[in-house]
Structures are given as structure tokens and as C-alpha cells.
Design a protein around this ligand. Structure first.
Ligand code: NAG
Ligand code: NAG
Length: 445
């Protein structure tokens, strides 16, 4: 008795406070009626939401108004479809009028909506409709950004949201924004060099752009083409042509030439090997960017194998004495932190390859260090150009050493296209695969 009384109170509250949502009962398995049929024997039932338009069922009520099929179709009386809507032998709501509520909006059955990199669809789940979403990892995830922001200054770097990354999968990012294959194999084929210098005499800060103000390439944007292998190779070579010719051959070499023509063993916009890229440049040479502009597509090579600048149809470089393509000597490897510094100081930017995890995509400023909280299995290798180094005060007191590095994701990313990353700790393996070359400049006149 006591229980029944309580339940009566509850349903009275529902009747007089229509703004309260009705419960979500499940009447499946109950006999098909009559419920509405006994209350509204003429058919028709009630339009709109009329909470009093109901029939007793078990110890509560089921509904015979149109509202019962709008929102929570489960509280329709089992004979609602048959009696009120004239659907013969049908106790289930038809699929086409089921609806889903999702993130404060209503969706029709079959309707889809994009949530970041995933598609959600209003689908039937038994008798009701529910939003079912794909569960792919996205390149930028709000939860990760929040988690990184919570670490505040202990993280050491700041987080940014990039609209061009939004809506893409993490897999897209790893496959199409990076693009350097197996550096441990390809880079270790190159010889290390030994240089004689005094490590204590190396400056604490250095920026190639200050030392060689007109010779350092700007920031490129590889787009959705995993060809950092080509972009970083062309950019490091360009810088070295300008520096080693003392500005006489201030050229911007074509990464597209590499991407389109260095095909053997390479995978174009799905990645490439650095040893093959440098070997191509050593044997065949590259033309400049004006002659072979960046399209970010792995299309057919439009230059002959053994061409010179003239037959390639390139405009004469300012230095009219050059006839052959821009070639380099064999690439060599730098073994440790001070060797890398000495190399940049004397000869200009170097190529480095790092492991990139999900958190790197949302780097905005500060000295990057891979956050320990991020999943480890999704990563790729990415080649970049180290142009200098420096130190800045750290959260923990002692100063923090960093490399100053040019990325190839446009000027909008990071600190005007650059990033800083911890130096001397082989952060993300950035000190493991460092390469440089000697540019074959024209003999000075
Ligand atoms: C990031 O940017 C996208 C679109 O540019 C936006 O929809 C999203 O809410 C932003 N996320 C965060 C965490 O700010
Ligand atoms: C780096 O390697 C050079 C040899 O190339 C060596 O002289 C130097 O001591 C090494 N420095 C460190 C910090 O290991």
C-alpha cells in the first residue's frame, strides 16, 4: 500500500509539472492493449504535449499524445501506433520519426553530425534512437589540451588550438604532417664527422638569422603531405648555398623537385628516407623553387634525369655563371650536442629528425618537452631544421637550454613557425639524427 501511494504522488507531480521530463519506461513485452483504445475509443488521441492524455499501465501511466513520439517514444502506450496513428499491427514507433537528443540539439533518424574528426549518426538502438559516434582519435582533442593546460608552468610550454588541425584524425597528422621514414636505419648509413674545437668557447645563444641575416630560408607549409623529408632537405641545402657562397647564391631550392622526382624507394607524401634524398641531391641536383614550385602533390616528375638549368627551362639565376643544377657533397652526421652547435656556428642550419607525439601538434610557445601523460604508441618521425640555440629561465630555477628549430607547418603554428625544444637531453631523439652537407657553390670569381 505504502509503495503504491508513493508512486501515486510521483505521477501526480508529473501531471502538474509538465516541464519535468517524463521518465523513460520500457513497455516492450507488455500486452498490446487496450490502453489508448479504451480511453479514446474513437481514435484520434491528442495533438501536441498533453500530459493528461494518458492511460494507466502497470502502476503508472503511458501516453496517447503526439509528444510521446517526439522525444521519449518509450512512454507511448503500446497501442499508440496502432490506435492513435492507424498503423496496423505495429506497436513500435516507425524508424523515420525517431529522434535523438545530442549536445542540446534534436536530430532526425538517419541524420549525421561531425564532432571533431568523428561522424555521429542518429541510429536505431532496439526501439529507441540514439546518437552513435565513431571513436577515432583526433589530432586535436580538447581533453588533451585541458590536461596540458592543467600542468601550467610545470609543463614549460604553452598550448595552442589550430583550426587547420581541427576535425582531422591523429592518423592524418602522423601520416600527412610528418613524413620521415626510419631515420635510425637511413641516417646511420652516413658517416659521422669529427671536428676540433673548444666546447667551452661555444656561445650560450646563437641564431643563424642574426649571423646570416639575408641567407636563411623562411618557414614553409608542407600542407597535408608527409614530405618533411623533402622540405627540410631543400631548406637546409638552400641555407648552406647562401652561406657558403657568401650570399652570391642566395637560392631557395625546390622541395617539390625532390618530392616529384626522387621516387625510387621513396613514398612521396607518405614519407621518405633522408639518405635517398641527399643522394639524389648529390647526384642529380635540384632546381630552385621558382622553377619547380611547391604543390604538395606527389605527381609525375617534369624534369629529365640529366638536365641543366637551361634545358630544364629555369630562368637564369642571378648568378648567370651557373649552368648545372644545385648539388651537394655527401651528407654527414653530427654526433652530440656540442658537435651540432659547432657545426651550426660555422656552417649554418642542420637537419634534425625527431619523434612527434600528439602533444607536439598543439605546441604554441615555450620550450617543448614531450608530456609524459600522452599516449606513446601514436608517433611518427619528422625532419626539421635547427637554426640556433639559447637558454631561458625555467620554472624550476636553473636555466633551460633549448634548440631553436624551424618547422614546416606555416607561420601560424608555434612561434611564427619556429619552436624551441630542450637541448642536451636528446628530447624526442632530436639529437640522434642530425645531418649536414657541404653545398657545391660556384668557385668565387
Ligand atoms: C579549437 O578550435 C576549434 C575550431 O577552430 C573549435 O571548434 C574548438 O572548440 C577549439 N577547442 C578548444 C579546446 O579551444
Ligand atoms: C662530442 O663529441 C666530440 C667528438 O666529436 C668530443 O670531442 C666531445 O667531447 C663530445 N662531447 C660530449 C659532451 O660528449
Amino acid at each position: 500500500m505504502w509503495t503504491a501511494h508513493c508512486q501515486n504522488l510521483v505521477f501526480i507531480a508529473f501531471v502538474f509539472l509538465p516541464s519535468i521530463a517524463r521518465g523513460i519506461p520500457d513497455y516492450s513485452g507488455l500486452p498490446a492493449g487496450p490502453y489508448c483504445a479504451s480511453r479514446y475509443p474513437g481514435g484520434g488521441c491528442c495533438p501536441g504535449r498533453q500530459d493528461e492524455c494518458s492511460a494507466p499501465i502497470l502502476t503508472t501511466l503511458c501516453y496517447c499524445d503526439d509528444f510521446c513520439d517526439r522525444t521519449r517514444e518509450e512512454d507511448c502506450c503500446p497501442d499508440y501506433w496502432h490506435h492513435c496513428k492507424g498503423r496496423a499491427n505495429d506497436t513500435d514507433p516507425p524508424e523515420e520519426i525517431r529522434r535523438c537528443f545530442f549536445h542540446g540539439r534534436e536530430y532526425n533518424h538517419g541524420q549525421t553530425v561531425r564532432v571533431n574528426c568523428n561522424t555521429c549518426k542518429c541510429s536505431s538502438l532496439g526501439k529507441r534512437a540514439e546518437m552513435l559516434c565513431e571513436e577515432t582519435r583526433c589530432l586535436i582533442e580538447s581533453e588533451l589540451m585541458e590536461q596540458l593546460n592543467l600542468q601550467g608552468s610545470t609543463l614549460g610550454w604553452q598550448v595552442g588550438n589550430y583550426s587547420e588541425f581541427w576535425g582531422r584524425t591523429l592518423r592524418d597528422g602522423v601520416e600527412l604532417r610528418l613524413g620521415t621514414l626510419n631515420p635510425s636505419q637511413s641516417v646511420y648509413r652516413m658517416n659521422p664527422v669529427r671536428r676540433i674545437y673548444n666546447p667551452d668557447a661555444l656561445p650560450r645563444e646563437f641564431d643563424s638569422r642574426t649571423r646570416w641575416s639575408r641567407d636563411i630560408s623562411g618557414i614553409h607549409d608542407q600542407g597535408w603531405c608527409g614530405a618533411s623529408w623533402a622540405v627540410s632537405t631543400a631548406d637546409v641545402a638552400s641555407d648552406r648555398f647562401a652561406i657558403m657562397s657568401k650570399g652570391a647564391e642566395n637560392v631557395e631550392l625546390s622541395a617539390q623537385h625532390l618530392l616529384s622526382c626522387n621516387k625510387r624507394g621513396q613514398q612521396g607524401c607518405r614519407g621518405g628516407y633522408l639518405d635517398r634524398a641527399w643522394l639524389f641531391m648529390r647526384r642529380s641536383g635540384l632546381v630552385d623553387k621558382e622553377c619547380y614550385p611547391w604543390t604538395g602533390r606527389n605527381d609525375q616528375c617534369r624534369l629529365h634525369r640529366r638536365t641543366d638549368l637551361k634545358t630544364a627551362g629555369c630562368r637564369n639565376s642571378p648568378n648567370s655563371l651557373r649552368t648545372e643544377l644545385y648539388k651537394v657533397g655527401p651528407a654527414y652526421r653530427l654526433g652530440n650536442e656540442t658537435d651540432i652547435m659547432q657545426e651550426i656556428l660555422t656552417s649554418g642550419p642542420v637537419q634534425a629528425t625527431m619523434r612527434v607525439y600528439q602533444d607536439f601538434f598543439v605546441y604554441k610557445s615555450g620550450v617543448y618537452k614531450h608530456s609524459q601523460n600522452v599516449e606513446k604508441h601514436d608517433f611518427g618521425y619528422h625532419s626539421v631544421r635547427i637554426i640556433g640555440w639559447g637558454e631561458e629561465p625555467s620554472y624550476y630555477g636553473a636555466s633551460l637550454k633549448y634548440w631553436l628549430v624551424a618547422n614546416s607547418w606555416g607561420y601560424n603554428w608555434g612561434e611564427n613557425g619556429l619552436f624551441k625544444i630542450q637541448k642536451g637531453t636528446n628530447e624526442c631523439e632530436i639529437e640522434s639524427y642530425v645531418l649536414a652537407i657541404w653545398a657545391k657553390t660556384l668557385p668565387s670569381q
